[in-house]
Design a protein around this ligand. Sequence first.
Ligand code: ATP
Ligand code: MG
Length: 394
Amino acid sequence: MDALRNPFAPGAGSPPPELSGRAALLARASTAMGRVQHGRSEKGVVLVGLRGVGKTVLLSEIRRRAEAEKFRICEFEAHEGKPLPALLVPQLRRVLLELDRLESLNAHVKRALRVLKSFMNGVKTKIGELELSLDIDAETGAADSGDIEADLPELLCAVGRAALARHAALGLFIDEIQYFSTAELSALIMAMHRISQDRLPVILFAAGLPQVVALFGNSKSYAERLFDFPQIGALSISDTLDALRKPAHAEGVEFSVPAVQHIYKCSAGYPFFIQEWGYQTWNDAQGPTITERDAQAATEPTIARLDSGFFRVRFDRLTPREKNYLRAMAELGPGPYRTGDVAAALGKKSTSLGPLRDGLIGKGMIFSPAYGDIAFTVPLFDEFMRRIMPEVEA
Ligand SMILES: Nc1ncnc2c1ncn2[C@@H]1O[C@H](COP(=O)(O)OP(=O)(O)OP(=O)(O)O)[C@@H](O)[C@H]1O
Ligand SMILES: [Mg+2]
């Protein structure tokens, strides 16, 4: 069928033609935002899930709704090796300058700008490239100790007070939050704690890989009372039906139920894979009805596309020993796995493999869902490992 009209959107953060199965979460987010705007305290929301389940697109949709509700938005994606202040400061600066431009002079807004300036002085040594001008005198002694756990709470509270003074609310949107350092995460949690105690109109929405739940809990035991951690996962069969049929229908094409069932079986309901299958099936099918046979015929090219793209880019970042470790995991099925069983499959002692495991966790390939257990962060990675490496090497 006409590739130009293909509605499916496989990609990182590409908005799907139908954001299926997330209505309850979106409703919860809207309620939380409304409460914050009315001066009620509300937990932050950290979306957790494997690669490609749709965390980023959900976060973007919540951000769009926040904008529609007139929230001021601070939005960024954490990444390895980039300090939090370098990501946060430009966003806060923009928001404060916007608030400053509104109507009459406001002392809280001016103070927040001075505190931001002193925060920038405090962390300056750590963010060489951050050269943002702020035409205001720093408030010496405020948020400028250089210790992020002391400075960030002070800075965010000053920004929260500025927002309150302008009858505005602030939404903090942070993607890939697992890349924060321990000190940064701790500082952020402490900041949100202070904000909740002072009932300031600031709400946090974040997304990250499953290990973030443990990272938050290990950082501060009260984190679980400050944040919700909704699990974002695979879609059900009825949500998969919507994800495939609604966009096709809008283009005058019908996806037959057996075709959807076939894609559901192959994709295990994972959103990214659903988009890939939908995309390929559409391009290869004659139409205007997509049959089970079309979906079956599209399966081999879809898997080939995934193998040479989504899976391959991750595989190529691994050392030979890391590849072999993941292959040993795959030998045991889809997981989760006991670390001892993986070690046994490799003929090694579990303790001697600790550094290798830590390296794989650091690369975001695996995580530990419970003590002594590990699992892949990429859905269906075990099947890929068995395809790409015929066997575990001794
Ligand atoms: N609810 C949904 N229904 C249908 N398709 C979806 C849904 N959510 C996401 N997708 C599709 O899945 C793909 C992956 O989405 P996204 O990039 O948001 O995942 P992610 O969880 O952020 O992945 P990563 O951890 O790799 O960043 C995109 O192609 C998107 O269009
Ligand atoms: Mg993402």
